[in-house]
Structures are given as C-alpha cells and as structure tokens.
Design a binder for this molecule. Structure first.
Ligand code: KIV
Length: 272
C-alpha cells in the first residue's frame, strides 16, 4: 500500500532560515508549464513584472497592471507544488500608502494563492513593508537597479559603481531588513557592495547581476534559456531555446510546404 504524502510548499520563513546556508536557487516564471519544469530545482519562483517586457512586448515594466500579475501568478501556482511562489507588485499598486499596498497585496495573495509578494525600494518602502508583514503578508524587497524607477535613475543602470554611493544603498538594505522583509533582491550592483551587504544584514540576499557571495541567485528564465534576443551582461545563457524553437518552426513550415506533414501517423483512418 502506498501512502500519499503531499509535497510541502516552501514558505517565506523557510527562505529566511536559509541565510548563510545552502545557496537559494530561483528563477522568474510566468506560466504553468515552465513552473512545473522548474519546480523540482528551485526554492522560489518569482512572477516578476519583467513579464511585461518578456511576454507582452513592453519597453519597460511600468505599464503592467495588477490584473496581469494576478493572472500569471495563478498559472504559476497551479503549475508548481514545492517552490514558494512570489508575485511582484507592479508599478503604481503599492507606493502611494501602506493601506493601498495592503489592499492590493491582499488581493494578489487571495486571488493567486502565492506565498509572498515582492516590491521595489529601500528605506522609502520600509514603513509599507512593516505594515504588510505585521498584517500577514510576507514581503521580499528589491534594491539596486529597480526597473520601475528607470525614469528617475535615467535608464537600466548598474548601481554602486562608485564607493560614495555604497553607504546609502547599504542603509536601504538594513532598513528593509529591520522592517521585516524575509529576503531582498540585489539587482545590477557592483560586486563588492553586494558581498558587503550580504555580510551586513540578517536576511538572505538574492543576487541578479550582483555577486556569487549573495545568499541566492535569480535570473529571468527566458534570458537564461536563450529565448530573449538581447540580455544584460550579467546573464549567462544556460540554454539555446530560441534557436531550438526557430529550427522546429522552420522544419514544420518546410514539411507543410512540401506536403510531407501530416503523414499517415498523424491522420485518422475511417473505421468501417
Ligand atoms: O521582475 C523581475 O523579473 C524581477 C527580477 C529581475 C528580480 O524583479
């Protein structure tokens, strides 16, 4: 007799407990099918608002609506069993006040079944992070290059390239940790600064274009698969999925054009 043991999903406290331990593995994810493929290998799946650029062809993440995050969040929760699913709060859905942030984050949690949300910003978001975590919503913070602020930053620019900027960025990390964030993404940041922040704060740092010293790493899945044509310098392409898709489509087009598809193995005979 076999006993059915349901897979236990990782939680925000499980991720927090990994500080200084085995590296945390994570990827962005936007669909059920890729969620199922990644689930056995990752600790968390991030439904990033990068989906606006990767899936929907926007130039930036700014136009992404809350409803789109909820729709993709639901798909990723349905496709996965074990990984913590974290959904990004999109631009305009949380900055105004802690109560607006709570209302929208609670909607994301209820309607997707995810285990946590992520929002961008350092000390300016500390009050909101405290408000959400005290009311049952685990929050991952995100500092360094924060793509929702590109109009203020002047573009997708690496942060902390000069040492005089380091103290302010480290202070951002300390304040979101003090406010109760269970983890923090460090994006596109000078390597020694990311390593220094990782030593300084008691919550896991998740690097993307930051440092191998971070407590974990995240990449946009389509970038590391080799599906997106242009990727930042910090992305290593672990696959060539774009080439594989193009080869399959061209083989299909040729087969249709020369009437070799569908052949007998893909068509139905009459049953008399
Ligand atoms: O939206 C996203 O994919 C992200 C990652 C790049 C960390 O925030």
């Amino acid at each position: 007799m076999s006993v059915h043991r349901p897979v236990k999903r990782l939680t925000a406290p499980d991720i927090l407990a990994r500080k200084g331990g085995a590296p945390i593995v994570s990827l962005t994810c936007y669909h059920a099918h890729t969620a199922a493929l990644a689930d056995p290998y990752v600790d968390f799946l991030l439904v990033g608002d990068s989906l606006g650029m990767v899936m929907h062809g926007y130039e930036t993440t700014l136009p992404v609506p809350l409803e789109l995050m909820i729709m993709h969040g639901r798909a990723v929760v349905r496709g996965s069993k074990r990984a913590l699913v974290i959904v990004d709060m999109p631009f305009g859905s949380y900055e105004e006040s802690p109560s607006v942030a709570f209302r929208n984050a609670a909607r994301v949690m209820k309607e997707t079944g995810c285990g946590a949300v992520k929002l961008e910003g350092g000390r300016r978001m500390a009050e909101t992070i405290r408000f959400l975590t005290e009311r049952g919503i685990p929050v991952m913070a995100h500092i360094g290059l924060t793509p929702q602020s590109i109009n203020v930053l002047g573009g997708f620019k690496t942060q902390g390239r000069t040492r005089d900027a380091w103290a302010a960025i480290e202070e951002d990390a300390r304040q979101v940790a003090d406010a109760g964030a269970f983890g923090i993404v460090l994006e596109a940041m000078a390597e020694p600064l990311a390593a220094q922040i990782t030593k300084a704060i008691p919550i896991p740092t998740i690097g993307i274009g930051a440092s191998a010293q971070c407590d974990g790493q995240v990449l946009v899945m389509e970038d590391m698969l080799g599906l997106t044509p242009r990727v930042p310098k910090f992305v290593k392409k672990f696959g060539r999925v774009g080439d594989a898709i193009e080869a399959a489509i061209s083989e299909y087009a040729e087969a249709v054009s020369n009437r070799s598809f569908p052949g007998p193995e893909h068509t139905y005979e009459v049953k008399d």
